[in-house]
Design a protein around this ligand. Structure first.
Ligand SMILES: Cc1ncc(C[n+]2csc(CCOP(=O)(O)OP(=O)(O)O)c2C)c(N)n1
Length: 329
């Protein structure tokens, strides 16, 4: 297994000093290590596409190769900025993607991960992104990181490292977000379930909320006919619920969301608000963290008071990246 400290040291030695992503259970040790050690050079993004864009911005201003981490469930969110921003035919921006490989063929995983796991590599291939599986042996892993970063820098393009379960040694965070809420999530779900009417429909978000909701309704003897569990497709529960609410104006539709999922596609809230769907109710369980994948806070880590470098980001599509336009600091 690889120690997070070693992994990040290799990256830093190779010039990688900016990290953005959305937490993942397989990458949990690295996510927490970065939160503890990378200060304002680490951003937990609203969604994986946003993380790619943040990393592209950092490259534009510094010429450096940034790292973007994600669970492969979020690969879909990255496709647009990878193909129409970072791709060699557009702005040709080098990035290192670190992808937690849930649902890898041959492993046992939940249904929402199986399909994504099957197509993760072929999606990278379709996007012409060089990729490798990160070996768990430190020496082989270090070589692999070096080779991929050399490709990213020399060819100015995104590259990807796939990460299997147990590749990283566990890491104990020093600064875990304190939880001083009066209720647990389970108690809050119970309170909502107790207040539901007999015909109300429920759409729940991704992660632990749907599991706890399912169990809670089981215990309450309520059955599951009127609930929809958005086990994948994180961040889209409110729009599913809005679709149901529009189609069934005579019933109340409750969306039970997490704060991380809500943030992921927050624009949906504006659409619900603008449409004025009277029978739609959005309940957000705000625990301040991505609890289902380890408990990282869905916010930028570190200080926000860094002074601006005063550089403006201007670059024409098709221009190659790097020193000519963006001299390295
Ligand atoms: C697009 C996408 N990105 C990442 C994930 C991995 N993931 C599953 S649940 C979760 C955290 C959800 O956090 P929140 O909505 O705050 O709910 P909590 O887990 O705190 O109850 C993440 C990041 C995913 N399933 N889909």
């Amino acid at each position: 297994m690889i120690r997070c400290e070693d992994f990040v040291d290799w990256l830093v030695a190779l010039g990688v000093d900016f990290y953005a992503g959305v937490p993942d259970s397989l990458l949990k040790p690295v996510c927490f290590y970065l939160a503890d050690h990378a200060g304002d050079k680490h951003v937990v993004a609203a969604n994986e596409g946003g993380a790619v864009a943040l990393a592209c911005g950092y490259h534009l201003a510094t010429g450096k190769v940034p790292l973007v981490y994600l669970q492969n469930s979020g690969q879909g969110n990255t496709i647009n900025p990878l193909l129409s921003l970072a791709d060699r035919d557009v702005y040709s921006i080098p990035l290192l993607l670190l992808i937690g490989w849930r649902g890898e063929p041959g492993t046992k995983d939940e249904p929402q991960h199986v399909k994504q796991g099957k197509v993760t590599v072929s999606l990278l291939e379709a996007m012409d992104i060089p990729h490798r599986v990160l070996a768990p042996e430190p020496e082989a892993a270090r070589r692999c990181v070096g080779e991929l970063l050399a490709i990213a820098a020399a060819e100015s393009r995104p590259v990807a490292l796939m990460v299997r379960k147990d590749t990283f040694e566990p890491y104990k965070p020093t600064d875990q977000a304190a939880s001083d809420f009066e209720m647990t999530r389970e108690q809050a779900i119970k309170a909502v379930v107790a207040a539901l009417g007999e015909t109300d429909a429920i759409v729940s978000t991704t992660g632990k909320i749907p599991r706890e909701l399912y169990e809670c309704r089981d215990h309450a003897g309520q059955g599951h006919q009127r609930e929809f569990l958005t086990v994948g497709s994180m961040g889209h529960a409110s729009q599913i619920a809005m679709g149901i609410a529009l189609a069934t104006p005579d019933r109340q539709v409750f969306c039970l969301d997490g704060d991380g999922a809500m943030l992921m596609h927050m624009g949906g809230a504006a659409i619900v608000g603008a449409a004025g769907v009277a029978n739609f109710k959005h309940v957000i369980f705000n625990n301040g963290v991505h609890d289902s994948v380890g408990g990282m806070a869905p916010r930028a880590c570190g200080s926000h008071s860094r002074k601006s470098s005063g550089r403006a980001a201007t670059r024409k599509p098709g221009a190659s990246s790097g020193a000519k336009i963006w001299p390295k600091r």
